[in-house]
Write a protein that binds this ligand. Structure first.
Ligand SMILES: [Zn+2]
Length: 44
């Protein structure tokens, strides 16, 4: 068995070297989508 510094994201299964930074990116992505949905709802 070999070990690497890379970790796998539990959410999207991408291999990431910096899981903390990757999770931050996920949080931002989800927030952006929620904002876009809210704006679309308020538009009508
Ligand atoms: Zn991910």
């Amino acid at each position: 068995m070999s070990t690497t510094d890379d970790m796998t994201c539990p959410d999207c299964h991408a291999r990431v070297g910096d899981l903390a930074a990757h999770e931050k990116w996920h949080t931002r992505l989800v927030a952006d989508v929620a904002k876009a949905v809210n704006q679309a709802l308020e538009r009508r």
